[in-house]
Design a protein around this ligand. Structure first.
Ligand code: EPS
Length: 391
């Protein structure tokens, strides 16, 4: 499976093309729209989300709500394009009117300056339109297809918020949830997508204060996946390690600056016997672990335990009280450009990280098993699960 996305933030359309999804997978636009709606939700988002109601259309690769095995094209219209139709017109030559709203004062921390230098763009709008996190709409759409595929083999994936700035939930609470479905019910009930009411309140206070200060704030999200067969990915070469692919996918999300698995960076302060997940065996389960400090991976391969990944999201670089910058035309000192933005997008980032993990897990499944047809793939997964459980 591979995919590509295309689209500018205020351009007419967002598009994704996915290749390698087996024939015979039942999928509806509603399956994707539900995930798109989750990404749009969240305390601290700016006014753009009031303009957009993201709805997908399948343009190719699906017939009567069933995949054909051919490339799937997904399309989401940018409703805000109506307000930018001249400035972002793909087919009209540049003129005095449609080159207004130039961006000349790059925002520190955004792709603006380096993107401008690299591509020789003297209007930094040409950079920000694509580097905008609007593009993550399509990653979530692709992730929805991946999640649907994974659900066929009993794999569930869910993302939630650990902290926003100093307001942090206690991850020990996770022990009470036997399934991700139960966890999902709880975290999706909060506007901040965190684990408990007290943290939800604290996060809202942090966001309100940050907004008052014309500032932005980052955070951490956690993604968990259950039901993966043992042994996906491989230890044999660096580029076959599945945890490495997931790490790359997480850091590839706009504003993500760090990633960790299981006990993560905390493991660096512990001793070996506090970190390794001890091995047990039972007739019913086969081999299993007593803990999950390594986040479901050993040697770059799934252990069969829950996958636990956290990603660190930096604060959004667009500040309403802008930082120091330099005008790219005059080279004079200037405050950075102000663009409409969010105070925080950590709540949305949890859904995007979930989508990226789902995409990498789906790719790993499709690499390992015959992926021409979904029923055949399921049969093969079942045979493999039986074999590995009897080891
Ligand atoms: C973004 C800036 C804002 C966000 C946008 C990401 O866009 P606008 O300038 O249109 O208000 O709303 O995020 C989305 C549009 C989205 O759907 O998540 C940026 O510069 O990255």
């Amino acid at each position: 499976m591979r995919y590509v996305t295309a689209g500018e933030s205020h351009g007419p359309e967002e598009i994704a093309v996915i290749e390698g999804i087996p024939a015979g997978l039942h999928i509806t636009q509603e399956d994707v729209n539900q995930q798109l709606a989750r990404r749009q939700k969240g305390y601290g988002r700016g006014d753009r989300q009031k303009i957009e109601t993201d709805q997908v259309t399948f343009l190719t690769g699906v017939r009567h709500q069933v995949t054909l095995g051919s490339p799937i094209t997904l399309n989401v219209h940018n409703d805000d394009h109506n307000n930018w139709s001249k400035i972002m017109a793909p087919n009209t030559p540049a003129n005095d009117e449609n080159t207004l709203r130039k961006v000349l004062r790059p925002r520190p921390g955004h792709a603006d300056l380096v993107g401008g230098i690299k591509y020789r763009h003297h209007d930094l709008r040409n950079v920000l339109e694509r580097s905008s996190a609007r593009e993550t709409t399509m990653r979530v759409a692709v992730g929805a297809v991946a999640k649907k595929l994974l659900s066929e083999i009993g794999v569930d994936v869910h993302g939630f918020v650990v902290n926003v700035g100093p307001a942090k939930t206690d991850l020990a609470q996770l022990e009470q949830y036997k399934t991700l479905a139960k966890l999902r019910e709880v975290t999706e009930s909060f506007d901040t997508r965190t684990l408990d009411q007290a943290t939800d309140d604290e996060i809202k206070t942090v966001i309100d204060q940050t907004k008052k200060n014309a500032n932005t704030v980052g955070g951490t999200v956690q993604v968990m996946a259950t039901g993966m067969p043992v042994g996906l990915g491989s230890y044999v070469s660096a580029d076959t390690k599945l945890d490495a692919k997931i790490a790359s996918a997480i850091v590839g999300i706009n504003a993500f600056k760090g990633v960790e698995f299981g006990g993560g960076f905390g493991n660096a302060e512990k001793y070996g016997d506090q970190v390794m997940d001890e091995i047990f065996w039972s007739e019913e389960k086969g081999f299993y672990r007593g803990s999950d400090n390594l986040g479901g991976f050993e040697g770059g391969m799934t252990t069969g335990g829950a996958i636990i990944v956290r990603g660190v999201v930096k604060p959004i670089p667009t500040l309403y009280r802008p930082m120091q910058s330099v005008d790219i035309d005059t080279h004079q000192d200037h405050k950075a450009s102000i663009e409409r933005s969010d105070t925080t997008a950590v709540t949305a980032a949890a859904v995007i990280a979930e989508a990226m993990v789902a995409i990498e897990l789906a790719k790993a499944v499709l690499d390992k098993f015959d992926a021409d047809n979904i029923e055949r793939m399921k049969e093969q997964v079942a045979v493999y699960r039986q074999e590995t459980q009897q080891f």
